[in-house]
Design a protein around this ligand. Structure first.
Ligand code: ATP
Length: 221
């Protein structure tokens, strides 16, 4: 018998971790039957340029942002694995850990789900987990095609997601948060204020380590 409640996996580059990530995660606890939510920083994101800030710094920023929050946690498994951080490998290792009966949910923003058919072994993702998609200001859900069909044909209620292990999808309405890491990096580079967009402990860490100040260069360790 598995522990009641689902595990949500919220992956990302978190370069840096911001209030869009944290606020969305907090909201998810009130709309989905969650036992836990794990932020999983990508060590080597496979589908984008290498982040200019090391995985260790990015994971630390997640950990500091959630230090006072009892519910979300940071899962470092992608930092402990060599090679590109494929989501299918992360979900498989979580499935192995949680058991076949546990409800597992992969949380992705609308921008990320549009790219889904290019992810490694993407067809297997729904064998391993549900996919919960968050609307994001500036991004539209597809009106046709593979991702549209998947979101429509596999659609389930929050309660259904909690009662079966994997295989369903849900577009989850949350408070929209118009914030992105790209926007924050640009603001920091030009010395602008980010206090409404980034959790305070993350801002302190960025200052302490001099992150996001110079032009894009080698990874900041
Ligand atoms: P970048 O601007 O560098 O692409 P980002 O802000 O999209 O970064 P990521 O770390 O790439 O941040 O995002 C991790 C996950 O969180 C993705 O699934 C993304 O879609 C989602 N996400 C990021 N920001 C938001 C937001 N404001 N609202 C909802 N989902 C978000």
């Amino acid at each position: 018998m598995s522990t009641p409640g689902a595990t949500a996996v919220f992956g990302g580059t978190f370069n840096p971790f911001h209030c869009g990530h944290l606020g969305s995660a907090r909201d998810l606890f009130s709309v989905l039957p969650l036992r836990e939510l794990r932020f999983v920083p990508a060590a080597q994101p496979p589908h984008r340029d290498a982040p200019g800030v090391s995985a260790e710094h990015r994971a630390r920023m997640v950990e500091l942002a959630i230090a006072d929050d009892a519910r979300p946690r940071c899962d470092r498994r992608e930092l402990e694995r060599a090679g590109p951080s494929y989501t299918v490998d992360t979900l498989q290792s979580l499935r192995d850990e949680l058991g076949a009966e546990a409800s597992l949910m992969l949380v992705v923003g609308c921008d990320a789900v549009l790219d889904l058919p290019r992810w490694r072994h993407w067809e297997r993702l729904l064998d391993l987990a549900h996919i919960v998609v968050l609307a994001r200001p500036g991004w539209e859900f597809p009106v046709d095609g593979t991702v549209h069909d998947l979101l429509q044909d596999r659609s389930a209620t929050a309660q259904e997601l909690g009662s079966i292990p994997a295989g369903r999808t849900r577009v989850q309405e949350l408070t929209p948060r118009d914030v992105s890491a790209t926007q924050i990096r640009a603001l920091l580079q030009s010395g602008d204020e980010v206090s409404r967009l980034v959790p305070h402990p993350v801002i302190e860490y960025i200052r302490e380590h001099g992150l996001y100040t110079g032009a894009t260069g080698p990874t900041q360790e």
